[in-house]
Design a binder for this molecule. Structure first.
Ligand SMILES: [Zn+2]
Length: 235
């Protein structure tokens, strides 16, 4: 049979699991996670807006430079036109001047687009910056509240762990190691009784009696092939 110490150890693990589940259901645990995600998202959005604002700044400087260059060319063309007499040359220069004016219009449109986007970015930046402190404060508050709830159960958790450390000394190492491996996989309980001589007390899988008897030959336990739990015979 499985040692009583092992079963008590498992029972205490069950209590630890319950405590942990309860804490995770705590409203402040949930809120804390939500606030954390929201403030991370907000920070990321601020960083993105910041990066975009830098890009726009460069684009604006480039567009302004383009306007400057075009303006200079237009001034030159205008001067040249003033000195021209030949109609063909005048027409040619006029055409070139119109091309420059059209480019100037495009550059102007580009500047207005940049400024428009800049305004949108500035507004979004302001909104996000105003939101962030609220989210951070919300996180801190729910964190504080949750820590209070966690502190409430701390003495009991410490008591359980101390008791488990005591029990472990008396538990067969091999059995304990198997237990830990299965328990770490998320199964609880790990040790289950054999039911009606042929059924796993965990997953209820029915097994042939001959197979069960063969498995138990010379051993106090068997592994359930279906769920991996450790099955023991009740006294
Ligand atoms: Zn099973």
């Amino acid at each position: 049979m499985i040692q009583q110490e092992m079963l008590t150890y498992q029972q205490l693990d069950g209590e630890l699991n319950r405590i942990e589940r309860e804490l995770k259901k705590n409203e402040n645990f949930v809120k804390r996670r939500q606030y954390k995600a929201a403030s991370q998202e907000c920070e990321e959005s601020i960083a993105r807006l910041d990066a975009r604002a830098s890009e726009l700044k460069i684009q604006l400087a480039q567009a302004q430079q383009t306007v400057q260059k075009i303006t200079e060319v237009i001034e030159e063309h205008s001067k040249e036109i003033g000195n021209l007499q030949d109609v063909d040359e005048l027409n040619y220069m006029n055409k070139k001047l119109n091309e420059q004016i059209s480019e100037l219009n495009n550059a102007d449109k580009e500047i207005r687009r940049i400024l428009r986007e800049g305004e949108e970015i500035a507004q979004a930046f302001e909104e996000a910056s105003a939101k962030l402190p609220r989210l951070v404060a919300g996180y801190r508050k729910s964190d504080e509240e949750f820590n209070k709830a966690a502190a409430d159960v701390k003495p009991r958790v410490a008591e359980i762990r101390a008791r488990q450390a005591e029990l472990k000394k008396a538990i067969d190492e091999n059995i304990f190691n198997i237990y830990k491996k299965v328990a770490d996989g998320g199964l609880y309980p790990v040790f289950v009784p054999l039911e009606d001589g042929t059924r796993c007390g965990g997953c209820r899988m029915e097994m042939p009696k001959a197979a069960v008897d063969a498995q138990f030959a010379g051993k106090p336990y068997m592994r359930c092939e279906h769920c991996g739990r450790i099955i023991f015979k009740k006294e």
